[in-house]
Design a protein around this ligand. Structure first.
Ligand SMILES: Cc1ncc(COP(=O)(O)O)c(C=O)c1O
Length: 396
């Protein structure tokens, strides 16, 4: 078609430029991989179609903050993996946890939480929720009597992590679900450290299951987000809070997470096998005082872990290493110090100065977090290479 025959040539260039992109929208074939839907708004042919979309009668995207097609696909995939009716993805793990809890809690309510939860979750419950009139009690979730004693008539949620950061304690999720439900409360489980390939809390009675998506679910330290997996009703309550507070995940991060998710099973088998081998070696090394890993028979919840984690214990472990600063230095360029976890590459972290930094020195020591404690996120590299790097650094 020559320029003069083009139907739109009577338009000014500014009009043509602004309306360009039609071809990409209608070239007749379907991409095998989902495209990234970066559009911040969606167009409708008429007011009836707009009304169908706005009323929710026809599920569709209309405005980015309310959810992109990429976020929708990821939500459906994650709900299936966690075995829940629905899911809500968010801009970060903390956004997902905040929305999950605020979906249920209101002024005058009470929450009971394990004192070992991730440092920022701890700070959220200790410093932010009281400002909204929501009180929190901090307990040892391994002690069911202590949890029971903390329950009040206005307790709406018990919040724990399936494997705690960084000491790998493992609360009894089935028993806590029974306890919470007996008190007409919900059980909320942050499942970030385990991933659904290791443990699916909803199948053991948990009502709210959350994750930081930048960890095992995406797996390559390239995507950021969070998710709540729960019933349709609880997800709807959380979604209202999240959309009003503005915690939408980007289409790109949802898309990137989906790429990582496809290899979750394969990755978790490798993470679990390699971490078990590293835990065994560290447990027998004279420079290592203590090793925390649920797959070691010395772990206080080993029997529970063996029962509830039949496919392996995940890739995380912590250890008290004598001369920790020199050990970290000796591993530089091999197993780097990086304050996150769950990458395909092994990394190290120092909880004292990172995840638990917001706590006072006394609070950290009380929780068992010392300056010599190192957290290992064991990757999917060749296990012989990981062991030789670690043994080499311990020998130096
Ligand atoms: C166990 C756990 N929960 C929640 C979070 C918070 O997730 P995000 O950093 O994505 O907000 C983290 C972050 O490291 C975490 O380790």
């Amino acid at each position: 078609m020559s320029d003069s025959e083009h139907p739109a040539t009577h338009y000014d260039l500014s009009t043509l430029a602004a309306r360009s992109g039609e071809e990409a929208r209608s070239n007749g074939s379907t991409p095998l991989a989902e495209p990234i839907y970066q559009s911040t708004v969606y167009a409708y042919p008429d007011l009836d179609a707009l009304e169908e979309a706005m009323s929710g009668r026809v599920p569709s995207s209309f405005y980015y903050r309310n959810g992109t097609p990429n976020a929708g696909s990821l939500e459906r995939a994650l709900a299936v993996l966690e075995g829940t009716e629905a899911a809500l993805v968010a801009a970060s793990g903390m956004a997902a946890i905040s929305a999950a809890l605020l979906g249920v809690l209101k002024v005058g309510d009470h929450i009971v939480t394990d004192a070992r939860v991730y440092g920022v979750s701890y700070a959220l419950l200790k410093d932010e929720f009281p400002r909204l009139g929501i009180e929190a009690s901090f307990v040892d979730a391994l002690n069911l009597e202590e949890v029971e004693a903390a329950m009040r008539p206005n307790t709406r949620i018990v919040h724990v992590e399936s494997l705690t950061n960084p000491l790998m304690t493992m609360p009894d999720v089935p028993a806590l679900a029974e306890l919470a439900h007996r008190h007409h409360a919900l059980l909320s489980v942050d499942n970030t450290f385990a991933s659904p390939a290791v443990f699916r809390p909803a199948l053991h009675g948990a009502d709210l299951v959350t994750h930081s998506l930048s960890k095992y679910l995406s797996g390559h330290s390239t995507a950021f987000g969070g998710v709540l997996c729960a019933s349709g009703e609880l997800v709807a309550l959380a979604r209202i809070r999240l959309l009003r507070l503005g915690g939408t995940i980007s289409a790109f991060d949802a898309w990137m997470t989906m790429q990582g998710l496809k290899t979750l099973g394969l990755r978790m088998r490798a993470h679990s096998g390699n971490a078990q081998a590293v835990a065994d070696v560290l447990a027998n090394h004279p420079r290592v005082k203590r090793v925390y890993h649920p797959g070691l028979s010395s772990h206080p919840q080993f029997v529970r872990a063996a029962e509830l984690f039949p496919n392996g214990f995940g890739g995380m472990l912590s250890a008290e290493v004598e001369g920790a600063p020199a050990f970290v230095k000796a591993l530089a360029g091999k197993i780097p110090l990086a304050p996150s976890l769950a990458d395909v590459q092994s990394t190290l972290s120092h909880p004292w100065s990172t995840s638990h930094r917001v706590l006072s020195e006394d609070e950290r020591r009380h929780l068992g977090i010392t300056p010599g404690l190192l957290r290992f996120s064991i990757g999917i590299e060749d296990v012989g290479d990981i062991l030789s790097d670690i043994e080499g650094a311990l020998g130096e």
